[in-house]
Ligand binder design. Sequence first.
Ligand code: 3HC
Length: 323
Amino acid sequence: MGEEFSLEHRFQAYIDAENKIEPKDWMPENYRKTIVRQMSQHAHSEVVGMLPEANWITRAPSLRSKLILLAKVQDEGGHGLYLYSAAETLGVSREQMIDDLLQGKAKYSSIFNYPTLNWADMGAIGWLVDGAAIANQVMLCRTSYGPYARAMVRICKEESFHQRQGYEIMMHMAAGTPEQKAMAQDALNRWWWPALMMFGPADAASPNTAQSMAWKIKRKTNDELRQEFVDKTVPQATFIGLTVPDSHLKWNEVTGHYDFGPIDWEEFTQVVKGNGPCNKERLAARNKAHQEGQWVRDAATAFAKKQQARAAAPVSATNPSAA
Ligand code: 3HC
C-alpha cells in the first residue's frame, strides 16, 4: 500500500513535469484503463465514422469531389488503425477491442448515429464534425500517454484537411441556387446540436474529466472545448450566410464568448445507449464487413504462419531458402 502510494506520487510528479508515459513505464491501473477506454472508443469512432460518408461516395456530384471524399474516408480508416495500434501497446488486443464494438459493448461517438440524407451533409460533417474533432484532438497531441500523443499529430493534420473539405462544400452550396442554399441550411440545422454533443457531457456531469485532467490525458474540459468550437464556428456560418439554429445564441461582451442555448442531454443519453436514429444500422454494417473480411484475415494468418515456419526451419544445403 505504502509503495503503491509513493509510486502514484512519483507518477503524478512525472506527469506534472510534462513527461510522457511510455508503454513499459509503471502506471496506476486506472490510468491504463482510462487510456485504453479512450483510445479504443476513439478508434471505433474513426472506423464507424467511415459509414455515413461512404454512403455518398457513389453519388458525389463530380469526379473531384468523389476523389476527395474517397481520400477522406480512407484517412479515417487509417486513423482507426493508428489508434488500435497505440491502444495495443497497453496489452489489450485489437481482436478484443473490435469484438467489443461488434457486440455493442463498446462506445463510439454519438455523432455517427445520425443519417446522411444528401450531399450537403458531406459539407456539414466535414465542417462541423471534423471541426469539433479537431477542437478536441489538437489538445490530444499533448496528451500524457506517448503513443497516443504521437498518433494524434498526423491525425490532426488530416482532420484539418477534412474540415476545409466540408467548409468548401458548404461555401459553394450557400452561394449556389436558392435550393442549394436551403440544403446547406437544413444540413447545418440537423448537425449543429449533435456536433455540440460530441464533446461529451457538461463538466459537472462528466465522471471522467477531473481525473483525466489531473493525469493530463485531457488538457481541456468538455465545456471548454465546446465553447471554443462555438466561438470559432459561428463566425464561419455568418461568413457564408447561414444561420446557426439556436435562438439563444448571442455574443457576450463581458465573457468574450458566445452564449448558447441548452443542449438536449436526453437525446444524447438515448443515442449513447444505442437508441439513436442509426445505431442498429451502423453495428449491422460493421458486423457484415467483419464477416465478409474473414477470408482476408484467414489468408493473412496462414501466410504469417508459413513465414514463421520457414524462419524456424534449419538451414541446409538442400533447403537454402530457409535461411
Ligand atoms: N459519444 C459517445 N459517448 C460519449 C460521448 C460521445 N460524444 N461523449 C462522452 N461519451 C461517454 C464517455 O466515453 C464516457 O463513457 P464511459 O465512461 O462509459 O467510457 C461517458 O460518456 C462520460 O463522458 P466523460 O466526459 O466523463 O468521458 P471522457 O473523459 O472519456 O470524455 C471524450 C469524452 C471527450 C469524447 C473523450 O473520450 C475524448 O476526448 N475522446 C477522444 C476523441 C474521440 O473519441 N473523438 C471521437 C469523435 S470523432 C472522430 O474521432 C472521427 C473524426 O474523423 C471525425
